[in-house]
Write a protein that binds this ligand. Structure first.
Ligand SMILES: NC(=O)c1ccc[n+]([C@@H]2O[C@H](COP(=O)([O-])OP(=O)(O)OC[C@H]3O[C@@H](n4cnc5c(N)ncnc54)[C@H](OP(=O)(O)O)[C@@H]3O)[C@@H](O)[C@H]2O)c1
Length: 321
């Protein structure tokens, strides 16, 4: 288990009166609701998508109510946002001090709760792994999702031409306001044909894929010579197994990303990426879109709403309703 996910610490902190030394407790958090249940720990074996143990909703923002003895960079009363892998949909959450970021005084905590995972994932996928450069073309699947919206904005701001997919014309129309140069309704047209029509037969430099399955497979057909696909999720719950052969004809790359894993292997760079994302949102360079807020007591309704696929941006749970 990675260093920042020491489960014994989490359990002790939540169940006991004394906080473990490296932890902070965040009270009254606004938790960003979970997205899809298959999520990051999904593995595929023999054609079956299996979800490993995963807590849905693992980032939150609130006020620090307690700090462990070894914590020096945060204090009681600080406004913070935290990644808490063992679950953050709660009134009080224990988080490692290493995965807690200060929230500026003038930033709404609910907005802050939506930043770390979505924005860090989009940033890592586009730049750390995808090496996106000004003037390149990028296809962002599921542009209306939390990660997708962040990716569309980052890529546009970096001077790339952004193509994006979504399941409705309404979502695509809104995505244009966030920097999408071309929207593709994958329910009514083939995204491979559309990409070819827009950027030509050479294809795109980069594909960001949170969907997996046949979407991932067909994405190879949109790829330029030596282009890259960064897969971050399996939202489609499609069990199609990936066939690498079409990649050979392009010398293309398929890269898997687990954004929080960078906090284990590349701390403090990965920590700093999230701190900068918070500042960029504060300055108004990037936007967090909150589609709906639900009371924590209505968490089941929030998840049912997400499953409807009408949300544009984030759905947030508020412990105080
Ligand atoms: N690897 C990582 O580090 C990492 C980090 C964060 C998230 N993720 C994963 O990335 C994916 C997206 O996360 P998110 O936070 O952006 O989720 P989200 O806000 O719920 O968005 C998911 C999007 O997927 C699209 N989608 C496409 N096919 C779908 C299907 N069959 N069922 C449901 N939705 C479908 C939906 O848009 P349309 O209806 O318009 O298609 C929806 O907007 C999730 O799988 C999540 O687990 C991975």
């Amino acid at each position: 288990m990675s260093g920042w996910m020491r489960r014994r610490w989490w359990v002790a902190a939540i169940a006991g009166a004394v906080l473990a030394t490296g932890l902070v407790a965040v009270t009254w958090p606004a938790s960003a609701a979970a997205t899809r249940y298959e999520a990051e720990n999904a593995t595929i074996s023999q054609g079956v998508v299996e979800a490993n143990h995963l807590n849905v909703g693992y980032q939150c923002a609130g006020i620090i109510s307690e700090v462990g003895a070894r914590v020096s960079n945060h204090q009681v009363g600080d406004r913070v946002v935290a990644i808490a892998p063992d679950g953050a949909n709660a009134e009080r959450v224990a988080a490692s001090a290493r995965t807690v970021w200060h929230v500026p005084k003038d930033m709404d905590l609910t907005l802050a709760a939506c930043i770390p995972v979505a924005f860090a994932t989009a940033h890592e996928a586009l730049f750390a792994l995808g090496e996106l450069a000004r003037g390149q073309n990028v296809l962002v699947h599921a542009g209306a999702g939390g990660v997708g919206l962040a990716a569309v904005q980052f890529a546009h701001a970096a001077g790339a031409f952004v193509l994006t997919t979504a399941s409705s014309e309404e979502k695509l129309a809104r995505l244009r306001d966030f920097g999408a140069g071309h929207g593709i309704n994958y329910r009514t047209s083939s995204f491979v044909d559309e990409v070819t029509k827009v950027v030509g037969p050479d294809g795109v430099d980069l594909v960001i894929d949170p969907v997996g399955g046949s979407t991932l497979q067909h994405s190879v057909l949109c790829l330029k010579y030596r282009g890259k696909i960064v897969n971050i999720g399996l939202s489609g719950r499609d069990e199609t197994l990936f066939n690498p052969v079409p990649l050979w004809g392009r010398n293309g790359a398929l890269i898997g990303l687990g954004a929080p894993i960078a906090l284990t292997h590349e701390y403090p760079r990965a920590y700093d990426v999230i701190a900068r994302c918070i500042q960029r949102v504060r300055r108004g360079d990037l936007s967090v879109v909150i589609d709906r807020r639900f009371a924590l007591a209505d968490a089941a309704k929030a998840h049912a709403y997400i499953e409807e696929r009408t949300a544009f941006g984030r759905v947030v749970l508020l412990p105080r309703g």
